[in-house]
Design a protein around this ligand. Structure first.
Ligand SMILES: Cc1cc2nc3c(=O)[nH]c(=O)nc-3n(C[C@H](O)[C@H](O)[C@H](O)COP(=O)(O)OP(=O)(O)OC[C@H]3O[C@@H](n4cnc5c(N)ncnc54)[C@H](O)[C@@H]3O)c2cc1C
Length: 298
């Protein structure tokens, strides 16, 4: 394969060929992708991006794939994982962390050190970069509350620091979603000091609640839809009678109607079909167009 050979010659980092997206997404669904590259550093990432863009080759940053639904057709492009950007520096209340760092690991580590502010993230199985992109959050908090600044790679290959204000954080939305050619390299967070025992207690309580209310025993990508203003997507979906409804092995969870779960061998296209059907049914019944929080990748 020409593209993979070219990338190998660039010597930017490890390359995997013909990868099975079931192994790289939390839905455990989707087809194969041409290749996956792990750039060894930012310079490697820049060299890789220049090659891909100059040759019009489809590409995408992949975090933990915990918000993505890949179609079953082959992704004829290159996925890029920033696992090498995993530095962590704690200086007083400021925490500098690489985009590839796993969010749950970060949240638990900092909570144990007595930092408060990141407890909401202990159930969000993404990377720091993916969480900034999504402005991931829970329990009335999100990344926008704790991010001081974000180091990004611009489409012109400059590394710049963007402030919290520049990032346009809103409910599950950020500057990066509107500008997908920008890449998050690192985030600086500001946290407060608290009592480690109380922090860990709060985390344990929330974990228990999540286990009771969410179908975490099945592969999924968390909530499918954003909650509409003043309401809950799960309530609307449940009232449309969708709990337990399935297409193939993709099923609306009986525990939480805003979760679609993979009961076994769900394929990406069935998950997508089910989500679009729910969206159109809720629109028909309530006139509300639910916004899809997850992302379809073709
Ligand atoms: C069980 C479960 C529970 C969940 N609970 C929550 C929750 O409570 N709250 C919540 O908000 N979400 C939740 N999620 C969804 C998901 O974990 C978040 O959206 C998470 O932030 C996605 O991170 P990721 O690294 O997996 O990104 P991916 O899913 O891999 O990618 C998501 C998007 O971000 C882009 N991206 C990733 N990294 C970068 C980067 N460095 N620079 C630029 N773009 C980038 C990707 O290209 C893609 O467009 C849950 C998911 C699961 C499976």
């Amino acid at each position: 394969m020409e593209i993979l050979k070219d990338i190998r010659d660039l010597n930017v980092g490890e390359i995997l060929e013909d990868i099975d997206m079931r192994e790289y997404t939390t839905y455990r669904a989707g087809g194969h992708a041409l290749g996956l590259v792990y750039p060894k550093d930012v310079e490697g990432l820049i060299v890789l991006l220049k090659y891909l863009r100059e040759n019009n080759i489809k590409h995408k940053i992949l975090g933990k794939g915990s918000n993505l639904i890949f179609s079953d057709e082959k992704y004829e492009g290159i996925l890029i994982k920033l696992d090498a950007l995993d530095e962590l520096e704690v200086k007083g209340r400021e925490i500098r962390v690489g985009a590839g760092y796993p969010l749950i690991k970060l949240a638990v580590r900092l909570s144990r050190l007595g930092y408060t502010g990141l407890e909401f993230a202990t159930g969000i199985p993404g990377t720091v970069g993916g969480a900034v992109y999504m402005n991931a959050g829970a329990y009335k908090s999100d990344m926008g509350y704790i991010v001081k600044s974000v180091k990004v790679l611009t489409p012109r290959y400059r590394v710049v620091e963007m402030t919290n204000y520049d990032m346009h954080f809103h409910y599950r939305s950020s500057f990066l979603q509107q500008n997908p050619d920008y890449i998050c390299l690192e985030a600086t967070l500001i946290l407060q000091k608290g009592d480690p025992d109380e922090i860990m207690q709060l985390i344990d309580d929330r974990k228990r609640r999540r286990l009771e209310t969410q179908p975490l025993e099945y592969p999924s990508a968390g909530s499918v839809f954003r909650n509409p203003e003043g309401d809950y997507a799960g309530r609307l979906i449940e009232e449309c009678g969708y709990k337990g409804y399935s297409i193939g092995d993709a099923e609306v969870s009986t525990k939480h109607a805003n979760f679609v779960i993979n009961k076994g061998n769900a394929n990406g296209n069935d998950i997508k079909k089910l989500i679009l059907e729910i969206q159109s049914k809720v629109k028909e019944k309530y006139g509300i167009e639910l916004k899809i929080e997850q992302e379809f990748v073709e």
